[in-house]
Design a protein around this ligand. Structure first.
Ligand SMILES: Cc1cc2nc3c(=O)[nH]c(=O)nc-3n(C[C@H](O)[C@H](O)[C@H](O)COP(=O)(O)OP(=O)(O)OC[C@H]3O[C@@H](n4cnc5c(N)ncnc54)[C@H](O)[C@@H]3O)c2cc1C
Length: 467
């Protein structure tokens, strides 16, 4: 098994020639820091809204999309399954507006992937959430109910155990929920395709250009890279993912950096045929430390687990990316879910940081002078929503006031998380408590009362760990 930080998708997508680092000072209309999906979709939308705008994008890695954007599970979903949470936080109208905006983002990604020359394996097979213990049999009920009450009943529907089995027969699965509008894609191929379209549109992209200093002034923003080169721009966007925990202005101290890891098998089309998983569904279980899995065109199973360690502060590397212990546990879980894989090879493993927000929802927040904005907090559901958030960021940066700038995730109230090291100690205790409780539930045992009590803490304080 090849266990690396970058993983299978980035290798499969192939090499591209890196863009040269910024070596000289520049002036621009819009500066974007971070070349993951959020930064790249922001540039993509901004170019469409204002084709003459001079846009500069600075990325720290040698190539854009090498962070979580190129390494994720490739579940491309809207936010209907968060409808109950959205409604509870911001009310019916705001929740529906975000639901529709996130759905439109998935439609835009589908159209982008259908364009000539883009082969990102976009497959609209829907998303299925399944219960794997009696404790989770209410899976999706709150959001299905919210969809029905708000007049969008077709977005989510409950599945019986028999319906779940016909889509994918695992001995672990019980009842489920289906979101038909979701898809899977190859994340690194998508990242490279957006990057290519930005270069073709004339966006100035500089890679290996980590921004060391970013400041807002009355007339705009200024960023300085590691080599001392500067960009001065009228407006700025910080799309730096989990790094926003350390330097994200208003998001500082409001994120948790969890981690998630993926293993992928050799092609096993015969197993997929046998268990009936041929419809391309993206599947998750109902656990707090969620398992998520999908297939590929050549018949592999990619199997992810949100049970990785919590990082201290804003550390995005180390065991957030490569963690042999977590991956070993995950390989065991893979066989429990799909016993027909015994004797089949896991070929690759990798991982990455998850920017978890205490709201379980992404947020766009303004820096004090409203010359720059920072966006993060996708909590493991960013593939679709980054396109929606990118549109809001582009609109804000072009001084527009329109529907995307009025969505409720723009400048929301975000609860603080405790300072370090208490946050890390508490987060790890909660993660281990949840892991122990969920293992007991799976085995049909009563959870240890201490683990059960600790596992309840996130619910009580509105804190989420996520995918
Ligand atoms: C293992 C894993 C599985 C996941 N599975 C799914 C899934 O199936 N579906 C889903 O919807 N979501 C999933 N996610 C989450 C999803 O990948 C993210 O929400 C999404 O990629 C966030 O995009 P982003 O652009 O905001 O952040 P990132 O992808 O983190 O991009 C931020 C970029 O900013 C750059 N950067 C940081 N600091 C600087 C600096 N100072 N100067 C210049 N550049 C900088 C980084 O190098 C990086 O390229 C998963 C995440 C992981 C890790």
């Amino acid at each position: 098994m090849e266990h690396t930080r970058l993983g299978y998708w980035i290798k499969e997508a192939g090499d591209v020639t890196p863009r040269p680092p910024l070596d000289d000072d520049r002036d621009a209309d819009l500066l974007i820091v971070g070349g993951g999906y959020t930064g790249m979709w922001t540039a993509w939308h901004a170019h469409r809204l204002a084709p003459d705008a001079r846009i500069v994008l600075l990325e720290a890695e040698p190539v854009c999309g090498r962070g979580p954007s190129g390494r994720n599970g490739g579940f491309c979903e809207g936010m209907w399954r968060s409808l109950a949470a959205l409604r509870g936080r911001w009310g019916d109208g705001a929740a529906l507006a975000i639901g529709h905006a996130a759905e439109a983002a998935v439609d835009r990604i589908a159209a982008f992937c259908a364009a000539d020359g883009v082969d990102a394996w976009f497959r609209p097979g829907g998303y299925m959430a399944v219960s794997t213990s009696a404790a989770n049999d209410g899976i999706g009920v709150a959001s299905i109910e919210a969809c029905r009450e708000l007049g969008v009943a077709d977005k989510l529907r409950a599945l019986t155990a028999a319906e779940v089995r016909t889509r994918c027969a695992s001995p672990e699965f019980r009842v489920g929920m289906m979101e038909p509008g979701a898809a899977t894609l190859q994340p690194a191929r998508l990242a490279l395709a957006i990057r290519r379209s930005l270069l073709e549109a004339g966006v100035e992209v500089h890679e290996s250009s980590p921004v060391r200093r970013f400041r807002e002034a009355d007339d705009g923003v200024e960023a300085t890279t590691a080599t001392g080169a500067r960009v001065r721009a009228r407006r700025g966007v910080l799309a730096i993912g989990g790094a926003a925990k350390g330097r994200g202005g208003p998001l500082r101290g409001r994120l948790t950096i969890a981690s998630s890891h993926i293993v992928i098998t050799e092609p096993v089309p015969d197993v997929l045929e046998k268990i009936g998983w041929t419809g391309g569904e993206a599947i998750t279980d109902g656990r707090a430390l969620v398992h998520y899995f999908r297939t590929t065109p050549d018949g592999r199973i990619a199997f992810g687990w949100g049970g990785g360690r919590i990082a201290m502060g804003a550390r995005l590397h180390g065991r957030a990316e490569v963690d042999a212990g977590v991956v070993e546990t995950q390989r065991r879980h893979l066989l429990e879910y799909f016993p027909d894989l015994v004797g089949r090879r896991v070929t690759h493993a990798w991982g990455g940081p998850i920017d978890a927000s205490p709201m379980h929802l992404p947020a766009v927040t303004s820096l004090p002078r409203s010359r720059a904005w920072v966006a993060a907090g996708y909590t493991g559901n960013g593939v679709g929503p980054t396109n929606m958030v990118g549109l809001s960021l582009a609109s804000l940066a072009l001084d527009r006031t329109d529907d995307p700038t009025r969505l409720a995730f723009v400048d929301p109230e975000i609860p603080r998380v405790p300072p370090e090291p208490f946050h890390w100690i508490g987060g790890e205790a909660i993660r281990l408590g949840i892991e122990s409780k969920e293992a007991a539930e799976r085995a049909g045992r009563s959870p240890n009362p201490v683990a059960a009590a600790v596992a309840k803490v996130p619910e009580l304080i509105g804190f989420h760990i996520g995918r």
